[in-house]
Design a protein around this ligand. Sequence first.
Ligand code: MIC
Ligand code: SF4
Length: 754
Amino acid sequence: VSDKVTMSPLESDKFINYKRIEDNLKIIRNRLNHPLTLAEKIVYGHLEDAKNQDIVRGTSYLRLHPDRVACQDATAQMALLQFMSAGLPTVAVPTTVHCDHLIEAQYGNDKDLPRAKELNKEVYDFLASCSAKYGIGFWKPGSGIIHQIILENYAFPGGLMIGTDSHTPNAGGLGMVAIGVGGADAVDVMANIPWELKCPKVIGVKLTGKLSGWTSAKDVILKVAGILTVKGGTGAIVEYFGPGVESLSCTGMATICNMGAEIGATTSLFPYNKRMADYLNATKRSNIASLANSFKHNLVPDEGAKYDSVIEVDLNTLEPHINGPFTPDLATPLSKFKDAAKTNNWPEELKVGLIGSCTNSSYEDMTRSASLAKQALDAGLVAKSKFTITPGSEQVRATIERDGITEIFDKIGGVTLANACGPCIGQWDRQDIKKGDKNSIINSYNRNFTGRNDANPATHSFVSSPEIVTAMIFAGSLHFNPITDSLTTPDGKLFKFQPPRGDELPQRGYDPGQNTYQAPPADRSSISVSVDPKSNRLELLKPFKPWDGKDAKEIDILIKVKGKCTTDHISMAGPWLKYRGHLDNISNNMLIGGINVANDKANSIFNPLNGKFEAVPKTARDLKAAGRPWIVVGDENYGEGSSREHAALEVRHLGGFAVVVKSFARIHETNLKKQGMLPLTFDNPKDYDLIDPTDKVSIIGLTTFQPGKPLTLRAHKKDGKTVDIKVNHTFNEGQIAWFKAGSALNLMAAAANK
Ligand code: MIC
Ligand code: SF4
């Protein structure tokens, strides 16, 4: 085996560096002297300084050198604007940008893609020229969803990648440690600054038995989400092992890793195996498969590796699951779903079924779903619900079209959408219901937070496998169980589905479809990137002010949020995605979805400047104009969901000083720190109750701000009394320097100008 193997067929000069893993692990094994999990092997294999790095799972901050960076269009704009401010000529590690989030689903691919290209021209041109200038590979609109393109072209066993999207862990299906981050983290890596990650714990998921029949890989993660909940994976890598792994396809493993984002896991990971080699061969990377075979000892866990905890899932008895509504961890096995729907009064009629997305659009998913559609079609049935198909990539689209799969979906009335995120992220011009109408939809995506798909808070969105979605649309009812129930055909016969069947990989190989990739040009000297100062889509960044050296004294509470507050509540997507490159404009959506504890309403808070209840962004702007900083108080797992750093940037931009919550989701907490904010947690979560939204608060202890040393939040009550509350933080030395400088970027720019 040649030891010079390129990371991707698209990059002739970037090689896989297994030697670094081998060298690092020699040192690490001597130091730690215990059998290693696979997660540890890959993560420690990428340490900057294996000799001297502190390594305590759950505690130390690791300094790492990732192999690659991936960005999607909705987050790349901010990442690249920040990279531009850093003033460097080129990216230090191979990086790609993918145009997938900005394409709205309206009529189907043929009309929607050209429309998106026109509407987003300014942004696409900016991303294309920026990519070309800084040496970044650029995937044009229509190429597909970031995670699918990465799996098809860039992911490799044993690699470490960061991506500015929370579903980056999808690449764990090819044995890569792939982690979602905010744009500012990506900028560090692009600038060759070691990337910091709290040394993850490792949760083991032991799979026994064998997958068969109606159950699919998706059901593994739907079940695990039910067990671990939306915060159960926080701070941990979820590592799958055990005999059950053998019955999963590579793309199925990717589905499981993808949706691991929904349990807050740092990433999810599978050991290298034959199914991965098959996928690498099918995607023209046999050289990587051979290299990985020769390095297998470091691409699987050591015998006796110790996990921080282990859960077990028996694939023999695993049932298909349907999760939701409103949260991805509300897991119901199919056999109990009808009763659950009745008890909870979920709207019975199923309006729309949506398959595909970055989570579930593999060839296997599509062929298995089509096998069900074909059975129904042959029996003369028509779909009762609307049905959409989102291919994850141009390659998947072209291949399923060539192989007659698309034709089957067409015949049942399915609409093939663009190879893009579409309805998964609210890019959906939904016409079949009015805003506010209570209704049910089911999809094979990963996330189902309130209002996510169609901006209608009354839509009950359920997540399942593509097979279950496809079967359900023929009944048009949430009460249908395709395994046990029958449907009546037009000629009065009873019809029952047979279990789905499909092909893991296309027998005739993949059809690449249209070439939608722009490689970085060799000579980049003449490329210039311009941002129109009058644009409402793009705005150059202005540095945030450094800390003034003082404790915060009696400042306002902008909002005390109650209950679930995801990044979709803090910075909504859908119609707002178009402002992702314009901080001031997108700030008009700041926290408009968060529920105010004072009145149980969204986007209605007390404005201390005029005594009225007003919109959140308006009130924040008023306070900012009056020179009054403010804080946000929040509940559990605050900022769960997306990697979008806008959820941190907007708060900073409109004058926020601190966010004090019961607990944070990992990416959001880091994003806040990077932008010079203070993310703090109640030492005793019950102290959340001690705060009234109309209190003023002081934050005491900043003049002696130190790692591991709690701060004090003093609440000043209306009657003059005060309550002191202990609040914790996770800042290390370097991160405290970000806070003092006003942001991580300020610090980087200062270093570059020295
Ligand atoms: C999502 O699935 O929520 C997104 C849209 O892909 C986000 C990224 C974003 O908000 O741009 C994510 O998962 O990180
Ligand atoms: Fe796109 Fe949805 Fe995947 Fe996020 S989860 S990358 S929005 S398809």
